[in-house]
Design a protein around this ligand. Sequence first.
Ligand SMILES: Cc1cc2nc3c(=O)[nH]c(=O)nc-3n(C[C@H](O)[C@H](O)[C@H](O)COP(=O)(O)OP(=O)(O)OC[C@H]3O[C@@H](n4cnc5c(N)ncnc54)[C@H](O)[C@@H]3O)c2cc1C
Length: 398
Amino acid sequence: MKAIVDSRKCTVCGVCSDVCPSGAIELKETGIEISEDCTLCGMCVDTCEFGALSMPEVGKGPSGDLSAYQGVWVFAEWREGVIHKVSHELLSAGRKLADKRGVGLSAVLLGYRIETGVAEELISYGADQVYIVDNPELAHFTDEAYSKVVVELVRRKRPEILLAGATSIGRSFVPRVAASLQTGLTADCTDLDISEEGLLLQTRPAFGGNVMATILCPHRRPQMATVRPKVMKPAKLDGRQGRIEYPTVPEECFRSRVEVLEVVPEKDQTAKLTEADVIVSGGRGLRKGENFALVEEVAHLINGAVGASRGAVEEGWIPPSHQVGQTGRTVAPTLYMAVGIAGAIQHVVGMQGSQVIVAVNKDPQAPIFDVANVGVVADLFEFIPAFVRKIRRERGEG
Ligand SMILES: Cc1cc2nc3c(=O)[nH]c(=O)nc-3n(C[C@H](O)[C@H](O)[C@H](O)COP(=O)(O)OP(=O)(O)OC[C@H]3O[C@@H](n4cnc5c(N)ncnc54)[C@H](O)[C@@H]3O)c2cc1C
C-alpha cells in the first residue's frame, strides 16, 4: 500500500519528493511515481499545496469490525518453570491500560507441564484471566508453533491490544504473529498509554534515539507492541482473583519444521547485564582499553556484571553488547556504579531506574552526579585501586 497521486492536480513541483523520508517519490516528466518504499507516513500529503496526494482507505482491513476486539493481552514468557520478569512488568502496565479502557486483562501462557501456581503468579500481577496452552510441542520455544498458537487464540478471542517483552523470544516470534494477523507492530517500546480516542499510544526511540516517536495503529487489530525489559515497574497486588482457562488448539498449530535438539544456556554478557543485580560500568574516563580491567576487577569483587557508556564502546574498548543507555541496554539493578562516565542523558535513560547509583568522576560538575545517590569526586585511577584494596582487606584477602 502506498500514497495515491491525483495526476490531474500534480504540478510535479518536487516538494513531496524533497520531504519524503523514505526516498519513495521519484519525479518523472509526466508526473510523480511512488515506489513500494512508501511507509504511508503522510508527510507528502501534508506538504502538497495542490491536494494532489492522499492516503489509501484502510478503514476496512482484514481485521473487519474493530469494535469486535476487546481486552488487553500480555504474552507471559515462561522459561524452565520461571516467568520472565518482563511479563510482570507488562502485566502491571497492561493493568493500567485495561483500566483506562474499562476492559479485562489476560495473560497468555504457552509451555509444557505448567503448574497452576504460575497462573496464580500472573493473576497477582494484574491479570483477570490466564489462557494456558500446555502441550509437549511447546516445551521448547519455536517461532512457528508459538506464533501459530497465539494467532489462533487472537483470531478466536479478539483482543484489542497484545503486548510482549522485547526479549530474544518476543523479538523473534511476535513479528510473525503481527504479519499473520495483518496488523501493525511497534517493536521495542519504552512507554505505553491510551489516547483520548482509546487507541494505544506506543512510544519508542526513533532515528537512532534522536526523537521519541509515538506510534498508533488505528485501522487494524490487535494493536501490537513489544516492550523493553526493565522500563516498566512491576507491581504485585494482594488478594487478586482470576480465571484460568485451557483453550483447545488444533493439532496443526503445534507443528513446526524446527526440531530442538539441545538447549544451551546463554553465556553472552548481554543477558547477564539486563538481569544483573549489580553493574559496574566504565566510560571514556578510563582513557584506554586495558584500563577496563579496573572496572572488571571491581565488578568481579562485588559479583556484578560489566557495563559501559557509548563513549567507551565507540573507543572500541568493549563490545556494544555491554552498552547501557538509549541505544544500548536498559538496566535497573540494585546497585549501579558509573566509573569515568559523564552522565549524558542518553546514558542516564538506560540506568536511572537503578536503586542506588554510585558515580566516580573527577569533575564535580559532571551531570552523572545529578542522578547519583553517592558521588565520589576523585581521580578513578586513585580511587578504584584504593577501593579494591579496602574490600580485599576487609575480606581478609590481603
Ligand atoms: C542518538 C544518540 C544515542 C546515544 N546512545 C547512548 C547510549 O545508549 N549510551 C551512552 O552511554 N551514550 C549514548 N550516547 C552518547 C552520549 O551522548 C555520550 O556521548 C556518551 O555517553 C559519553 O560517554 P562517556 O561519559 O563515557 O564519555 P565522556 O563524555 O568523554 O565523559 C568521560 C567522563 O569521565 C570523566 N573522567 C575523565 N578522566 C577521569 C578520571 N581520571 N577519573 C574520574 N573521571 C574521569 C570526565 O570528567 C567525564 O565526565 C548517544 C548519543 C546519541 C546522539
